[in-house]
Write a protein that binds this ligand. Structure first.
Ligand code: AMP
Ligand code: ZN
Length: 306
């Protein structure tokens, strides 16, 4: 079996990834994007019968939304904030000098009001919460959204599957406990069928998010013992455990409480999401079927329409 480094090296040598000089930040070539586009189509097809509402977002969200979502409480180590120059001519002159001398030039960089999105579904909740004749009260059928966004997480790594900026596609369900639990179970089954249709070896296992700090350990243990998160894992990097390519998250009333979303009977809405890590899925396919797309199994090519 090849080593993890050699998979990355082979991706670089084949020109599939372009190095940027930053760990976890890669450019990608046409082959990679062809598979990516195929996956987008296949994910749309996998959920087509649900008639989800489509929402697409830029890679950033408002600072206010980000703050209210509570991300900094649990994952301050992942967050990325956007800062911009706010000085005058004098400050600019000073900045140019600092840059030339290789000094810190960031002192006049001020918060822009934008924060990089940590997860695609975070942008959905405040929008759904503003809807309805009675704000935040869901219709009886709840809500189902097909969302995608670039996401940022500050976790630099040499593993080609661990990126700082990556694309996340999600189906997000908002409704009663029954609606949300049924959705998650359904999507675990659909996720498994999806992986099978791509010819990928996988396992589904209970998981936890990497919560920050000492309190985080407790949060992670709770998340596991309550079965709040499952992942579909595919072996991609040799010499390392399998990689989570899909996540199936149940948030209970966390976002319902945060954004004051209610079911028609007045209870706090519950939410769940099925999240696809797009680059990881592309890499899983390249790892298992090789770099020559024309030589991939016919069934896989058909699923991706490539
Ligand atoms: P999560 O919100 O952590 O469950 O992430 C949803 C999905 O995004 C995961 O199942 C992964 O496939 C993908 N993902 C998470 N973190 C990264 C990362 N650093 N690089 C690439 N993909 C990621
Ligand atoms: Zn989500």
């Amino acid at each position: 079996m090849e080593t993890q480094a050699s998979f990355r090296t082979r991706l670089l040598e084949a020109g599939i990834l372009f190095p940027t000089g930053v760990d976890g930040l890669w450019g990608r070539n046409g082959t990679f994007e062809q598979v990516f586009d195929g996956l987008e189509r296949a994910i749309t097809a996998a959920g087509a019968d649900h008639g989800a509402e489509v929402m697409r977002f830029p890679p950033a969200m408002s600072q206010a939304t980000f703050e209210k979502s509570g991300y900094m409480k649990n994952f301050p180590h992942f967050a990325g904030t956007i800062h911009c120059f706010t000085g005058d001519d004098r400050d600019h002159y000073k900045l140019m000098g600092q840059m030339e001398r290789g000094e810190n030039w960031m002192e006049k960089q001020e918060p822009s009001g934008l924060v990089l999105s940590p997860a695609a579904c975070y942008s959905v909740y405040p929008i759904v919460a503003r809807r309805g004749a009675q704000r935040g009260v869901l219709p009886a059928e709840g809500a189902l959204v097909d969302v995608s966004s670039y996401c940022f997480r500050h976790e630099p790594s040499l593993e080609p599957t661990r990126l700082q900026l990556f694309r996340m596609r999600e189906y997000v369900r908002i409704g009663t406990r029954e609606q949300v639990m049924e959705f998650r179970q359904e999507w675990i089954t659909r996720g498994e069928a999806f992986a099978r249709s791509l010819g990928l070896p996988f396992e589904v296992d209970v998981a936890n998010d990497p919560f920050f700090g000492r309190a985080g350990k407790l949060m992670a243990d709770n998340q596991r013992s309550q079965n709040l998160k499952f992942e579909l894992l595919v072996p991609i990097n040799d010499g390392a455990g399998p990689t989570a390519c899909l996540s199936f998250n149940y948030h209970m009333t966390y976002f319902g409480d945060t954004w004051e979303m209610k079911t028609p009977s007045g209870e706090a809405a519950q939410t769940a999401c099925a999240a696809f890590g797009m680059e990881r899925l592309v890499l899983a396919l390249l790892r298992h079927h090789g770099f020559d797309l024309a030589a991939w199994p016919a069934g896989v090519r058909k699923t991706l329409a490539i």
